[in-house]
Design a binder for this molecule. Structure first.
Ligand SMILES: Nc1ncnc2c1ncn2[C@@H]1O[C@H](COP(=O)(O)OP(=O)(O)OP(=O)(O)O)[C@@H](O)[C@H]1O
Ligand SMILES: [Mg+2]
Length: 273
């Protein structure tokens, strides 16, 4: 009974979201399943490259395990979007933090939040909807934490674009397959990018293997897995991360930045509203 009502409510929210919002803002949720594969690094650096191109970008830190976007952008947010959820501010813009980077606004998160207490009210869906209604940003990037919990799923549900980050590590691939299996039941596509992967072709070959497996296992045949590029392992990425800087800015001519630029180009070419 509860599930039925909950599903209906969810459908209503989705319908409302689709019909009401003629927002120019495109939403991309970055996820992986496995932890530590580079989601946050990708999110922050993709935001930088987009901002540098002239796009207005908002980054929502939706990792409740360990919100770390403020570390990557080297800012100390005074407010998080949970302050808005808790009703401390009426206007969501009051919890926005400007970063030192051109065109990038951070909507900071908070670690250790207890999701279950708020789970029934679609509060995160409403947050995203409110940001879209502002119509201030070209792109909203949502960085999720590891795993496929209800909290991450709510962001996947509302997002027309999902970017999965993986490595070639078997456990990461197993997790990304599980993610794809779930997403394929209600989405048309999933964008896939590889981290710690030197060769563009390697990512492409593995993507084909995943597609073959999906076909063998009879996953939704209309569903599309779209490979959009890979980024090599690099000491510069690890070092800039530690120094609270962005590799795509500090090492703009590095191979890894060129690789990520290609990911960004492909992402832009595949964005859905
Ligand atoms: N291509 C790379 N080369 C070298 N180091 C990298 C690369 N990508 C990410 N890292 C480093 O790996 C670590 C994990 O990256 P990151 O925090 O982005 O992963 P994550 O998927 O967001 O992790 P979590 O699941 O905990 O949120 C960081 O220290 C980061 O600097
Ligand atoms: Mg992260």
């Amino acid at each position: 009974m509860f599930n039925t009502i909950s599903t209906q409510a969810k459908n209503l929210v989705n319908l409302a979201t689709k019909s009401k919002l003629n927002s120019k803002t495109k939403v991309v949720t970055i996820t992986s399943g496995k932890g530590g594969v580079g989601k946050s690094t990708f999110t922050a650096n993709i935001a930088y490259l987009l901002g540098d191109f002239g796009y207005k970008v908002a980054v929502l830190d939706a990792d409740i395990g360990l919100a770390n976007m403020q570390v990557l952008f080297n800012v100390k947010p005074e407010r998080t979007f949970f302050d808005y959820i808790e009703g401390k501010f009426d206007n969501i813009e009051e919890v926005f933090t400007q970063t030192e980077y051109k065109n990038i606004t951070l909507i900071a998160g908070k670690s250790g939040y207890e999701y279950s207490s708020k789970a029934s009210s679609f509060v995160f869906t409403q947050i995203v909807e409110t940001i879209l209604e502002l119509d201030k940003f070209d792109i909203l990037l949502i960085d999720t934490g590891a795993g496929l919990n209800e909290y991450v799923k709510e962001f996947l549900d509302i997002s027309p674009n999902i970017l999965a980050v993986t490595t070639t590590d078997p456990s990461a691939l197993t997790d990304v397959y599980a993610l794809m299996k779930m997403v394929s039941t209600y989405k048309e596509s999933l964008l896939l990018t590889f981290n710690h992967t030197k060769n563009y072709q390697t990512g492409s070959t593995i993507t084909e293997s995943i597609k073959n497996l999906a076909q063998k296992n009879r996953l939704n045949s209309n569903f599309m897995l779209k490979y959009i590029g890979s980024v090599s392992m690099s000491q510069n990425i690890a070092t800039t991360g530690r120094l609270r800087k962005l590799f795509s800015k500090e090492f703009g001519d590095d191979q890894t930045t060129l690789e990520l630029r290609l990911v960004v180009d492909n992402l832009l070419n595949n964005l859905r509203v």
